[in-house]
Write a protein that binds this ligand. Sequence first.
Ligand SMILES: [Zn+2]
Length: 356
Amino acid sequence: MKTQDKWSNTSQHTRNVTTRVNEKASVTQNGAVLLGKHVACDAYDETRPLRVVTHAHADHMGGLPQSLKEAHKILMTKGTKDLIDAMQGPGYLRRGHVQTLDYGQTVEYEDERVTLHKADHILGAAQVMVEDHEGKRIVFTGDFRIDQTPILDSDVLVIEATYGSPHCRRRFHKETHNSLITLVKQGLKQGPVYIFGYHGKIQEVMQILNNADINVPFTVPENVYHISRVCEKHNMRLGKLILENELEAFELQEKNSPYIGFYHMHSRNKIGLDNFRISVSGWEFYSAIRQTDEKEYLVALSDHADFDGLLEYVRQSKPKLVITDNSRVRYGETLAKEIRKHLSIEAHALPKSNIF
Ligand SMILES: [Zn+2]
């Protein structure tokens, strides 16, 4: 009887803690990550006066026009603002009350404090910490890679779940940069090389190749050019960029000289089809490089933590409750289950998956 009392008290206590912390964070069907009472991250939410944009990837800018119209304040880093200005034009964000914050800088709103911290993902990417009136720390990681992301202590943690399945492990991670450099050098011996990736990662590849003293010109379309210039303004060293429609670029093409064309992944089916081509993708788990055709390669360069990295963040952050972001990817439920299993921490996926 005594034992039973003890257990029932404990489970009552656990229930109370869970109920209390559960109210502190959520993820809506629209993908808004709600922290504390006032903050909505990465999608519009009509109930929240503060909107945070963790970074400039499209799936984190949902409903930004509504937020610009209605939110009391929109918070982001200077890097993120500069990237959005480059993509949308400088007039776009002027329609709302945008405030830029440095990493570590805090904004107070009524009885809560909001601070952005660095996330290693793309230029300007941030994690968000809300400290509420009880002093509870409610953290959203945003997208991150574990390597250089500071791990924040939290009471409630909302974590991204892109690679939230045990199948998503990259054990060859450390070889990837060198493999990429070797592959590009091999391609340049035959002529031009075309590289395809998403915004942010393209510039990371430029930086890797530039640091490896690969000094051939980089030809780019206008959208990649503008984003690359923003990265250079924020102290990334990328190399010699030439717009694809400049005379110099045409001359390189005519002579079949060595150069590297950088394009968004969306152009992969129409650009440089007869050339040596490399796509950089996080969805590769078996080797750093995979050849998919005669002159076609995939390189496993990711700007997200893999499964082990996600678990490691949770372990070190020591939250009482974890919510996995189930709105952007399919592994929210899996990651929540694995966190419960490996770390014995209460974890739920939100929003709940639709069961048909
Ligand atoms: Zn992202």
